[in-house]
Design a protein around this ligand. Sequence first.
Ligand code: SAM
Length: 275
Amino acid sequence: MELWFSESQTKDQKISVRVLETLYSARSDYQEVAVYKTAQYGTLLALDDIIQTTEKDEFVYHEMITHVALNTHANPERVLVIGGGDGGAIREVLKHKSVKKATLAEIDRMVVEVSKRFLPAISCALDDERADVQICDGIKYIQEHKNEFDVIIVDSTDPIGPAVGLFSGQFYKMVYDALKDDGIFVAQTESPFYNTALIKNIHNDLKNLFPIVRLYLATVPTYPGGLWTFTLGSKKYDPLQVEHFDEMETKYYSPEIHRSAFVLPNFVKQLVDER
Ligand code: SAM
């Protein structure tokens, strides 16, 4: 008998992956947490039946949500990742030698524990001495920190449940205040095919705060539609003007990808050009 995991990516589209074994399944205080061994993507982490990350394609997302901002900043020392309990973003952040401390503010302890147990290649840096893991609501955490971070990354679930507040104008103001004078913010901002209103709203909210706002793209096979957006707001440094790139091993990101990721197809350009 064949077993399949299916995610309803929209109400009219599903992605299905053949499951070799269910490794873990439990309800946390916040969501259904499941880990599957799959034929196509290796170990897969799903929350509330939505794919968060897989062993095979995680590098695209984790490299792109981190290195663009960290290379844009002249000297990133203090970094905050909100969400990101699988540890992939922290692993990439800590590849930058300038980073003295990378804080993870993840609401769900179970996501961190399950990732450490079943996704060691992704979560491996969570025990690094420069990693500071806080189990808390990222919104509450950011309210209590002002003028402290060089880079803030929001590596959240989709805008449902506890993540809704991470996509609001009010939250972005708190992010702005938690950043230093030359700080940079970046967030995963969903699919340009299916989340057009959300992308526009985020772009407009950030434009009300940051002098430099840029959207960039990457291709993540297991995310709805494949093509994925990230939105960056910067107080000083422009990601299009980066000249120095930290040397490190990556599978997707490179200086060429950094530059080309900001080249947008017309339909995406229109989304961010219209106010
Ligand atoms: N890369 C993933 C994606 O886009 O599908 C996101 C990965 S990461 C596992 C997302 C994490 O955000 C989840 O573990 C979830 O618990 C966390 N999260 C959601 N809302 C949060 C909040 N308000 N504060 C902190 N973490 C939150």
